[in-house]
Design a protein around this ligand. Structure first.
Ligand SMILES: [Zn+2]
Length: 268
């Protein structure tokens, strides 16, 4: 068994069994935050309201202690977030129903940034996956596939990231960013058994999509999607472990997502 696999199993056993001794018992490595913070600058779909944080209290109380508390208002599908199957599949699982075993898994990163940076409307193809597999082997079962287009470097510049800084329907019409080709989405769910898929753009379907066929293909097969994933340039091609925990909104079609990666020393 290769060393990376042993390390992966050790981390997974640790994660699933629950380590009584805490993070100190992980193999040595690095934790990477794959979530953006939520603020008024956070990128939401052109038709959605921005993230809102209001102060309920902030300051010294009459009794002499400091107290701060805020309330927030946010669309499910903005910033770093997860799409639940029900987002595009009637009767699909809601965000609170997605099993943890789908959300904690080894990563397989596909870097298409060279092609995608040269073409804002690039759609990641079956050939891209086959080229990856010819180098790294078949995408392992139960992987979380991470698609790196390179557009994360533009965050939070709406114009560069989305292709437009216009709001409303006018903004939607002018979205230009890369995504996953529907044929590749269908291939992934029919020929590979992945746990989930994430991308460093605002949607798994490319900006000019009209029918969101990649969403439909993935969610029709109960595959959660993570969007606006940060820092994919810091994730190795293979060997990382991903933990993706969306806010547990009962009945939600999606939710803000805290997603992190553990990169054992020696991962590529
Ligand atoms: Zn979404």
């Amino acid at each position: 068994m290769p060393l990376t696999k042993i390390v992966s199993l050790a981390v997974l056993c640790c994660l699933t069994a629950g380590c009584s001794t805490g993070p100190g018992s992980y193999p040595s490595g690095q934790w990477i935050d794959l979530s953006y913070d939520f603020s008024p600058e956070t990128i939401y779909w052109p038709t959605a309201e921005p993230f809102q944080l209001d102060t309920v209290s902030a300051g010294m109380t009459e009794k002499g202690y400091y107290y701060s508390a805020y309330k927030f208002c946010a669309a499910e599908h903005g910033g770093t977030h997860a799409d639940a199957p029900i987002h595009f599949a009637s009767g699909g699982k809601t965000i609170d129903q997605i099993p943890l075993t789908k959300l904690i898994a080894p990563a397989a990163k596909i870097d298409v940034s060279q092609k995608a940076m040269a073409d804002r409307d690039y759609q990641i193809s079956v050939e891209d996956f086959k080229a990856w597999e010819s180098q790294y082997g078949k995408i392992p079962e139960r992987s979380i596939v991470l698609l790196q287009t390179g557009y994360g470097q533009y965050w939070p510049d709406r114009l560069k990231y989305l292709g437009t800084d216009k709001r409303g329907a006018e903004g939607v019409a002018e979205l230009h960013f890369p995504g996953l080709h529907p044929e590749a989405a269908k291939w992934l769910v029919s020929s590979r058994r992945i746990n989930a898929i994430g991308i460093d753009t605002a949607s798994i379907d490319y900006g000019q999509s009209q029918l969101f066929d990649s969403h439909t293909a993935l969610m029709g097969q109960s595959t959660p999607v993570f969007e606006n994933v940060a820092n994919l340039d810091k994730v190795p091609t293979v060997g990382a472990q991903v933990i993706a925990l969306p806010m547990k909104i009962k009945g939600g079609s999606g939710a803000p997502l805290r997603i992190i990666a553990f990169i054992p020393d020696g991962a590529r």
